[in-house]
Design a protein around this ligand. Structure first.
Ligand code: SF4
Length: 217
């Protein structure tokens, strides 16, 4: 099977399984989404969703967040891990949004990636989920699955993102990102899997006998 055929198979099956994938992080506007995505680094979405109601009760906008002492932010977000760095980033980006962007989250990759604590993946999630701009945020899980399905041989998330963007139409990037995440959570958490256990791998590689080699991100 050619790579383009595997991509079409994956796209069709994931669309059947997850026709309308929800955004996993609770939020009410671009600012609260940005903060939630930042908090989700090395933390589960479930844990972030437990923590954010308390934080967003104090501040749902950059302007309000500037009034919350960084120590208070730190204490609330502690369960998410990396709380010293994350609390400083939330306070710092809120100040920049107020000073340079009229308190609003900019719908602009470069401006987002200049904010503290915001890398390309976080910016991509915000662009896709807050502003509906086609993006393909690739984390280590998507990187791994894309390799197992033979959609990339990328050595890192940047290459994998470029390969996936070439393979799939722009119109499905935002949903596909979420669909792959949901599939990975439900079916592909087993690191030691030999790549023959579930239907998508079997459909992509019916003759696979040994585990695929996975390049770490
Ligand atoms: S067969 Fe294994 S590697 Fe492939 S999607 Fe299923 S769990 Fe993941």
């Amino acid at each position: 099977m050619k790579k383009a055929e595997r991509a079409e198979l994956v796209r069709e099956r994931l669309a059947e399984l997850y026709p309308d994938p929800p955004i996993p992080l609770n939020h009410s506007n671009p600012f609260t989404l940005l903060v939630a995505v930042l908090l989700s680094a090395q933390c589960t979405d479930e844990r972030v969703n437990q923590v954010t109601p308390k934080l967003f009760l104090l501040a749902r906008s950059a302007k309000k967040m500037c009034e919350v002492p960084v120590e208070v932010i730190l204490e609330i977000i502690r369960p998410c891990g990396l709380s010293p760095q994350k609390s400083k980033a939330i306070a710092g980006l809120s100040r920049i949004l107020v000073d340079e962007h009229d308190g609003k989250v900019p719908a602009d990759f470069e401006a987002l990636e200049r904010l503290p604590g915001v890398g390309h993946k976080t910016a991509s999630v915000v662009m896709a989920q807050a502003f509906g701009v086609p993006a393909f945020p690739v984390d280590t899980h998507i990187h791994r699955l894309a390799q197992r399905w033979g959609l990339t041989s990328g050595k890192n998330v940047k290459q994998t993102e470029a390969d996936l963007k070439k393979l799939f139409p722009e119109s499905c990037w935002n949903d596909l990102h979420l669909q792959i995440i949901f599939y990975g959570r439900e079916h592909c958490s087993a690191r030691g899997c030999d790549g023959t256990k579930c239907e998508l791998c079997r459909a992509c590689y019916p003759n696979r006998k040994k585990p695929p080699t996975i390049k770490k991100a």
